[in-house]
Design a protein around this ligand. Structure first.
Ligand SMILES: *Cc1c(COP(=O)(O)O)cnc(C)c1O
Length: 496
């Protein structure tokens, strides 16, 4: 079966996976979704010989069948190589009461590397296959981690130009330094005076600006996306859910068919949606536990069926989750409504319109039962880092701590003893300033890079290669703009 893709909002022709990846977003503003889901067609026990790359091939080949086997294998080989500091790619660590799936051993120290180390390969191969000879301009909005991972992935890739927009005051010091020191002739980094939602809305607006797109085409450019609105980001994320299951099976931690839960620290709903897609493929997943920070719009949604962005936006110590408009929820609504495009379109219009909210149907609400929502305050996040470090000598970053805290509450509330995997999305070194508060009683030091050394001295965890000497690197990007001037900035950069 060759899986084809269509728009969640119904007004776009059916596309091959290569076309969907190259386009990034549908022209009716919807997101590309698979028309049907492939299934895991082998016994799980028969998969336990596979390493990460083999699982990646097994999963990608099902979703991206219009790519040749050679292209997929080549993309996988080039993505999951020594760029990752852990040879397993995604190590799983067992503590007293949970498993931690560490997705942060790539070059930028966050889980975005899992998909963004392969996306540039998929995208350039798609362009070649489809005979696209224009220059591909990747526009990305970032809450801190996508930006760097996309820059790293696309840096000096032929036939591409990449422009990243980040909220000026909404990212950690390390995240910011990582981006503004990025090398590569085709990389551009812009701070916007606004938050992540502003950046993401601005980027979507550019994608949906027909006149501008036409003008771009005439000048020899096409836009594409590196955000998780691109289906080419989501499919590689399905891989680690399947990999985790068979790895736990291989280690004898679970038996074949036994259900496991995943707790996912969530922002744009991309990571957890990939878990849902894995479940749709037949992977035995019990609950998908959605963990939010103080921006708890998803928690409210999962509990009430109402998605309402009329609320205050908070900047927290887990900045990569400081998001109110979770784009990928649209893809979940599409599945919950039995692929009812009109319904999805309506709800999205309401969200984008004056009311800034929508309510799902009772039937859709009933189907949300596979999810559980929780959220954590900033103080609880730090307390959790402290607690886990004291009990297990295991160091969590702030996002992973949000997930772990929600897991504790979930267990208390439901008494569910199902084995559970905490999806660990960032290295503690990426958010040192907050993490160290949970590790050390009092700290006077303010310099983030001194704190990194301090964290290493205290915990004995080696400082990851990519952030060593980050403070010594020259700043190469200093552009800044108002949130409603993003289009002008793009024009300026491309000289049109
Ligand atoms: C992006 C990110 C998240 C949120 O992931 P989504 O796919 O947007 O839900 C969580 N933690 C970290 C560290 C991230 O970078």
């Amino acid at each position: 079966m060759v899986i084809k893709y269509k728009s969640t909002r119904g007004n776009e022709e059916i596309k091959s996976s290569a076309e969907a990846i190259l386009k990034g977003i549908a022209k009716d503003k919807g997101l590309f979704v698979p028309i049907a889901f492939p299934t895991i067609d082998k016994k799980l026990n028969d998969l336990t010989q596979m390493d990460y790359k083999e699982v990646a091939f097994y999963v990608l080949e099902k979703f991206l069948r219009d790519f040749s086997e050679a292209d997929l294998r080549d993309a996988i080989e080039n993505a999951y190589d020594e760029k990752f500091e852990a040879k397993e790619i995604a190590p799983i660590v067992k503590t007293k009461d949970a498993y931690f799936l560490e997705l942060y051993h790539g070059k930028t120290l966050a889980f975005k590397d899992m998909a963004l180390s392969i996306l540039p390969h998929l995208l350039t191969k798609a362009a070649k296959k489809l005979g696209e000879d224009k220059k591909i301009v990747i526009l990305a909005a970032t809450s801190g981690d996508t930006g760097k991972a996309a820059l790293e992935g696309f840096s000096d890739v032929d036939q591409t130009e990449i422009i990243v927009f980040y909220p000026d005051h909404g990212v950690s010091e390390v995240q910011k330094r990582q981006m503004i020191t990025q090398e590569g002739k085709n990389t551009h980094v812009v701070a916007i005076k606004g938050n992540f939602d502003d950046a993401q809305s601005g980027v979507k607006k550019i994608f949906n600006d027909d006149d501008f797109n036409e003008q771009m085409n005439e000048k020899g450019y096409v836009f594409s996306s590196a955000n998780s609105i691109n289906i080419g980001r989501l499919v590689p994320q399905v891989v680690y859910y399947v990999y985790t299951y068979i790895e736990l099976l291989k280690r004898g931690e679970i038996t074949s068919g036994e259900k496991i839960n995943f707790v996912v620290p969530t922002g744009n709903f991309g990571n957890i949606l990939a878990g849902y897609y894995a479940k749709k493929m037949g992977l035995p997943i019990g609950k998908l536990i959605c963990a939010s920070n103080k921006n708890n719009v998803l928690y409210d949604f999962l509990n009430t069926g109402v998605y309402n962005i009329n609320r205050e936006f908070f900047m927290t110590n887990s900045p990569s989750m400081d998001i109110l408009i979770s784009s990928n929820l649209e893809r979940l609504l599409y599945e919950l409504s039995d692929q009812d495009e009109n319904l999805v379109k309506n709800m999205m219009n309401q969200l984008e319109g004056e009311s800034k909210q929508y309510t799902i149907t009772p039937k859709m609400k009933e189907r949300l039962k596979g999810f559980y929502g929780g959220f954590t305050t900033e103080e609880e996040t730090i307390e959790t880092i402290k607690k886990v470090y004291t009990e297990s000598e295991y160091v969590l970053d702030t996002h992973t701590a949000v997930a772990y805290k929600v897991y504790e509450e979930y267990k208390k509330e439901t008494k569910d003893e199902t084995k559970t995997v905490i999806v660990s999305t960032a290295s503690p070194y990426k958010f040192t300033k907050s993490v160290i508060k949970g590790i050390k009683e009092s700290i006077e030091e303010k310099n983030e890079f001194k704190l990194i050394e301090m964290l290493s001295e205290n915990t004995g965890i080696i400082i990851p290669e990519p952030i060593k000497d980050l403070d010594q690197k020259p700043v190469l990007h200093d552009m800044k703009c108002e949130k409603d001037r993003m289009k002008d900035i793009v024009k300026g950069i491309l000289d049109i």
